[in-house]
Design a binder for this molecule. Structure first.
Ligand SMILES: Nc1ncnc2c1ncn2[C@@H]1O[C@H](COP(=O)(O)OP(=O)(O)OP(=O)(O)O)[C@@H](O)[C@H]1O
Ligand SMILES: [Mg+2]
Length: 229
């Protein structure tokens, strides 16, 4: 394993959920590397385990078997508290639902990860404004997420994910709840920013065209990842 280039490595990862008495095997013996700056799409049928895989890669969930390494470090050695700090610094998440805080405006929502990390407010504000301008929302800084369109909210979520400059972005159906036009616009912005900021990205999408824009593509099927591209 090349520990310097790999942002995240999965080794022999399996995941089993216990539902009542019955174990449900979702992932089995998965070996997978995401390298610095690399974009990877994961597709697969509903229920195949894509979100389960993303949550394990993003350390939101722990595997039943096997290990997840971040830049060579075994993340299973971290406590839950250490993991949440680790995630705030190292992983940018974008979900289908934007998960912005309605009581805070656009600028504040983008600043939050940096403030949690201890960045000075003025410096956080500068970086957040820079990102929001970059996604074309310079006129929406003080808007509540409640007063923004779905596409605008996802653009804010992209800024928030990039705020702490993490080496990797993990996106689970980031355009899944948008109409075709804003879906296209949000995907364009996401790919542009990920490239400009030299991020690795793991993207789950049902949309084959969006998946094709990634350097590599995998199909999750029968508990395993099959490389398509
Ligand atoms: N916490 C849990 N407990 C029990 N079963 C779970 C749990 N989380 C997910 N599952 C099951 O694992 C399977 C995979 O779920 P997952 O959400 O990863 O699928 P997905 O590929 O992301 O689907 P979709 O495309 O619909 O989002 C499903 O059958 C689901 O019911
Ligand atoms: Mg899912």
């Amino acid at each position: 394993m090349n520990e310097i280039e790999n942002v995240i490595s999965l080794r022999a990862v399996g995941k089993t959920f216990i539902s009542g008495e019955t174990p449900i095997h979702i992932l089995e013996d998965i070996d997978f590397d995401i390298q610095s700056g690399q974009s990877i799409a994961v597709t697969g049928k509903s229920g195949s385990g894509k979100s389960t895989l993303l949550n394990i890669v993003g350390t939101l969930d722990r595997p039943t078997t096997g290990s997840v390494y971040f830049q060579g470090q075994d993340t299973s050695t971290l406590t839950d508290r250490e993991l949440s700090q680790f995630r705030n610094t190292n992983i940018g998440f974008i979900f289908q639902s934007h998960l912005l805080l309605d009581d805070f405006n656009a600028l504040e929502n983008v600043c939050i990860p940096a403030l949690i990390k201890g960045m000075r407010a003025q410096q956080a504000r500068r970086r957040a404004v820079e990102l929001l301008v970059r996604v074309g929302l310079e006129d929406r800084l003080s808007h509540s997420p409640l007063k923004l369109s779905g596409g605008e909210r996802q653009r804010i979520a992209i800024c928030r994910a990039l705020m702490n400059n993490p080496p990797i972005i993990i996106a689970d159906e980031p355009t899944g709840s948008l109409d075709e036009e804003s879906s296209q616009q949000v995907a364009d912005i996401l790919f542009e920013l990920v490239e400009e900021e030299h991020k690795a990205m793991l993207l789950v999408t049902h949309d084959r065209q969006t998946a094709q824009r990634c350097a590599s593509m995998y199909l999750l099927q029968n508990r395993s990842l099959q490389r398509l591209k």
